[in-house]
Design a protein around this ligand. Structure first.
Ligand SMILES: *Cc1c(COP(=O)(O)O)cnc(C)c1O
Length: 450
């Protein structure tokens, strides 16, 4: 146990407790007020209003203790209100809350860049990686594309089917799903080329075959000499936690290298220790030109990193990159606390423990229920794909029923996949095996009830 963690005691028992129907009366009352002042485009999947949280437990305004297996979509990777993160952010908040890094800078920004340079695969003293910090995953993608265009002098952006990269004008044009992210918000950004991905359960292709298909498609629709970058989620997040076939990503990276195309790994969801390595792409043997991080990087505070080879990152003119809040000092201090814990507390090992115990439970369910076609993922980024038995047809209705049932029992789950054909599991790396068993038990009941 770290000093910080013993100083700040866990304020919420790590146990599920349901005391009202969910959402409870107080949540419903706030939700009514919200309807009057917040537009429906900002949708809440589970309109249960949260008052407190710690590690894996959310306490709502009605006093229910919910097990959080969504983690704000993979943000609270080291748990909610982690003691060291809260202490570091509080101290920084009292020292400097904002100066604007592009005006009068501060050290925590530099520390985060140093940590990222240390962990990004490919970064060495001879081949250093440099970092620009922003606020959100979509901003990380936007800036990665800007930097790649500047470096190559080319316009084209290649992306994969089933991809998700954000909700800004450029990134919403890069997503697989137009609805709801881009529909009606056009004109969409141009020079974006979508190619088939590797989806082993559905395409049955080897990594080499899937890569050949992706490359052939891009040759036809774009042409290598027009492409600035290929943006890839090593494990696709919103797309369904799709782990590509062996050899797929190395073949794409090789193709990019041979043609001067910047290979950008969007690790916004899969990164920051979640999959058992600091960046998931390490497990596929690829050294990307640029790595994007956000979600889990600052223990719940907004921060995003664009980390790339110096010769690529150095291509932009002073003033070409940045933003008022980019690399906020409080977020940076929190991120330093996250990196220190990853290095000090074997969180990578914890991700592997979670993979072993969660996957064992999910495999038991897959044996029992024909509707679970596959259990997949890495570390604490796991999913099941739900189908009509005997087929590979998505059963999004069953997914919704299971998620609703789990919510009524105090377990917070989220769907995944372009057809909502999966349920994803993004537990805190500190979730106990006991709590994991509890979640599996609720899932079992949910499938049985449906
Ligand atoms: C969530 C996500 C984004 C967008 O991040 P925001 O912080 O919501 O803008 C981009 N890429 C991936 C892979 C994501 O999961």
């Amino acid at each position: 146990m770290s000093e910080e963690a013993t100083v700040i005691e866990s304020s919420v028992p790590q146990k599920r407790l349901v005391v009202t129907e969910i959402p409870g009366p107080r949540s419903r009352e706030i939700h009514e007020r919200r309807r009057a002042v917040v537009p429906p485009g900002v949708h809440s999947v589970l309109p249960v209003y949260i008052e407190r949280s710690h590690d894996s437990i959310l306490v709502d305004v009605d006093g229910n203790h919910l097990v959080d297996v969504c983690g704000g979509i993979g943000v609270t990777t080291i748990g909610h209100t982690d003691g060291a993160v809260v202490a570091a952010a509080t101290e920084q908040l009292n020292k400097v809350t904002h100066t604007l890094f592009t005006m009068t800078p501060y050290e925590p920004y530099v520390q985060v860049a140093e940590h990222l340079a240390k962990h990004v695969p490919g970064s060495t003293p001879e081949n250093p990686y440099k970092t620009l910090l922003m606020n959100s995953g979509a901003e990380a993608v936007e800036n990665g594309v800007k930097i790649a265009r500047k470096h190559t002098g080319r316009p084209g952006i290649a992306v994969l089917e089933h991809a998700y990269h954000g909700r800004t004008m450029l990134t919403s044009s890069m997503n697989h799903k137009a609805a709801p992210y881009a529909l009606g918000y056009g004109p969409r950004a141009g020079d974006i080329y979508k190619a088939p991905n590797s989806y082993p359960l559905h395409d049955g292709l080897s990594g080499a075959e899937a890569a050949a298909r992706t490359i052939a498609h891009l040759e036809k629709v774009a042409g290598a000499e027009d492409l600035a970058c290929l943006v890839v989620e090593p494990i696709q997040g919103e797309g369904g936690f799709i782990v590509p076939a062996d050899g797929y990503l190395p073949a794409l990276a090789e193709r990019c290298r041979a043609n001067g195309i910047v290979f950008i790994a969007d690790e916004v969801q899969a990164g920051m220790a979640r999959t058992g390595t600091v960046f998931s792409i390490e497990q596929f043997g690829v050294e990307p030109d640029i790595v994007l991080s956000a979600k889990g990087i600052a223990g719940g505070l907004p921060l995003a990193g664009i980390t790339g080879r110096a010769e690529i990152m150095d291509g932009s003119q002073p003033g070409g990159l940045g933003g008022t809040f980019g690399g906020n000092p409080v977020s940076c201090a929190a991120a330093v606390a996250v990196f220190e814990q990853i290095e000090r507390e074997n969180l990578l090992g914890e991700a592997k423990r979670i993979e072993a115990s969660f996957t064992a439970g999910l495999n038991r369910l897959a044996e029992k229920y024909d509707s679970i076609a596959e259990v997949r993922g890495r570390g604490a980024m796991l999913a099941i794909e739900v189908v009509k038995p005997g087929t590979l047809e998505p059963d999004s209705k069953l997914v919704a029923q299971v998620i609703d049932f789990a919510a009524s029992q105090g377990v917070v789950l989220l769907s995944t996949g372009i057809h909502n054909q999966g349920i994803r599991f993004l537990p805190s790396l500190k979730m106990s095996d006991e709590l994991i068993d509890d979640v599996i038990g609720v899932l079992d009941e949910a499938f049985a009830a449906a």
